[in-house]
Structure formats: C-alpha cells, structure tokens
Design a protein around this ligand. Sequence first.
Ligand code: ADP
Length: 402
Amino acid sequence: MLRINDKETELCGGEPATTNNRMELLAVIEALQSLAQPVEARVYTDSQYVQKGISEWIHSWKQRGWKTAGKDSVKNEDLWRRLDALAGKHTLEWHWVRGHNGHPENERADALARAGLEQARRTGRSVDGPVHDPFKGSSNSADSPPILDIEHATVYRGDTCVFSDFSFALRAGEHAAILGPNGAGKSTLLKLLSSEVHAMPKDETRMVLFGEERWNVWDVRKRIGIVSHDLHRDYLICAEGLNVILSGFYASNDTYEYQEFSKTQMTKAYEVMQELGIVALSGRRFGHLSTGEQRRFLLGRALVHDPPVLVLDEPTSGLDLKACFQYLDLLRAQMKGKTVLLVTHHLHEIPPEVDRVIFLKEGKILADGFKQTLLTSDQLSWLLDSKITLLQANGWYQALPG
Ligand code: ADP
C-alpha cells in the first residue's frame, strides 16, 4: 500500500514457488519501483528481516562483497541488490510493525498478500500488478496485454540446455532491452521468437504470441520484424538492395524467381527505402555496401510489413561512430508506436526510449525492472562479473572499466 498525501495505491502479486522472505522483499521492491520520482517516505513492514536487513545488516554485507560474517553468500542477494539500488533513490525511514496485531494498514497489506497468492495459484505463474495505481510514471504499456508471452519454456541447442523453465513476457507498447554476457541465451531467445528453434513440448510450456496460443509462423514473421546478427552474417552478398527489402515479404535471404511482388509491395519497398535514406543504393549488391548501409537495408527488410513489434539484435555492432549514430536515429524514429525488444551487451546502443531492462545470464533472468533502477555501476558489475563504471548523459549510457 502506498499513500501519498490523501491518495492511496494498492499493489499485489505472487509467485508459485517462493519463500516468505523473498515476498517480503519483493513487496517493498515493487512498491518503490512503481514510483515515478524520488520521494521522502516512511516504510512500514512487519518483516524484521526486511527492516533490519536494509537499515543495518546490508552495510556489512556490501563491505564483505555480499557475504555474511560466516563467509556464506547472502541469501536473496539478487533482491537485496535491487532493494538497495531502489532505496538509494529515495529518502526512506524504515519501521517495523507487529503483524496480525490489528494495525489497520498491516491488516490491509495482509489481505493484499492473500489476494496476490490467490492470483498466482490460479494462473500458476508469477503475477504482479496494480490493483489501482495512479502514481505509475512512464509506463504507458502497464495495462496492455502481453504481446509476446513465453511460459516455462525449456530450450535445447544441440546438447546444451539454454533455457530451463524460462518465462518472459513483453507487453504491447513496451520498449525493453535484454542485456547479458556472451552465452546468456540472447540469440536463442531471438530464434525462439522467430520459430527457428522450439521449446520442448511440455505440459506447462506455453508460448502465446499476439494473444494466440496457436499461430502460423509466417503470420508471426510478418508481425515481428527481426534484425539479427545471424541474419546479417548469413544474408546473400549477391542480392541487390531493392531485393533485400523485397525479401522481407517472404522472410527469405534474397528474392527468387518463383516469388511474385505486387505493385503495392514494390511501392512499399520504395517507401521504406525513402524513409531510411537508401533509395540511391537500391541497385547495389549487398556485398558491395558498407556495414552501416547493409544494416539499413536489413532494417528496411524488417519494416515492409509495418510490424507492430521490432526485435533488434546488437543493432550497431560493427558500425563506425557516424553510422552508429545515424542508425540509432533511424531506429528511434521507428520505435514510436511499436513494441521494441533490443538484445545486446553494448550499453551505448540502448536508446533513451527504452525504459525496461532485463538482465539475462546463463539462460536465467536475474533481474527485470525499470532502466533507472537496474542500469547502475553496481548492478552491471554484478551481471557481467567485472568491475564497471557506468556513465550516463542525456538518457544514453556508456560503460568504462574499473
Ligand atoms: P548469446 O547470444 O547470449 O551469446 P546464445 O543463445 O548464442 O547466447 O548461446 C546460449 C548457449 O547455447 C551457449 O552456451 C552456447 O554455447 C549454446 N549454443 C548456441 N548455439 C548452439 C548450437 N547451435 N549448438 C549447441 N549449443 C549452442
């Protein structure tokens, strides 16, 4: 429960397999995360673990590199780090109240916790959400249904189990970035979305795309425009510029004689090239274009269907600074009104419009939340297992060693 002056907000949520301590921590994390701007506030909890942890124990845990006095790893380190980062943005006083003791707001919080548990039991998965949330800041997509929803997926590449019980959802209108080191599973996730790899058929596994549990691959490919690293690497160098754009209509890597293109499709291809500033290059072979020009053609190929979702894989890798900035400008123009998922390990290519960040490592989501909360030197050093200093300017980020 959040109260600001006379306005109240109630949030609740639940997870099917969790612990009391994790839910006590998550309750405060979700509440703080829902605030659009820094506040001065009193936080009341009936959890001594949370109250003492955040106001006393955490200082020595941090000094010891997230170890307890007995040199064990701190339990729930992921959540403590999130809470620590969030708490640092606000001025908070932490108070403990005895639970089940007639405290009116505590009784209310108890009822909300039971409602969250009930929701989680009914859906069999993690749920969180506002019961009524007038304070929520930037997230204009918070109430929209998931456009991509993967639940409990197990995915193998050869003998390697990349994802085990993996769940991830993206809501319509969201601009999210998945960050993770090499081998995290980023490319595999893209291939899962483009139906190039598949989850194992298990009872609990669901993949709902655009609200449909059964979908046609070709239809989905029209609705998700993907510019991936693998596509760039494998695209045929002999294809001419115009054909690269047209190949988007068939999701192929050149155009072929049996493919037919209508007048409307040709007009669309020229419109897209116009928008991306590449009409003059329409007759040039893909292999004779610069990397930046090739990337623009592949973006055009993804845009021919006006897809509501754009998925971009390390969009500026291999581009020089000028080409990188030009390409990011083009992308930002395309992001308006679209759902965008950016997959990368380069911070500099996360546009200011992205407001959700997901940390992926070894096939697991370690953290998922607001960009301002997760993109800190401390959090990133933890994700990448290396000391990193993060710089931020005008909504852009850059990482430095040390
Ligand atoms: P990222 O894109 O984050 O670097 P990937 O999705 O490419 O990660 O890889 C995730 C894991 O899957 C890695 O351990 C990688 O070695 C393994 N992997 C990827 N492709 C294959 C493949 N074709 N066969 C076997 N293992 C693979």
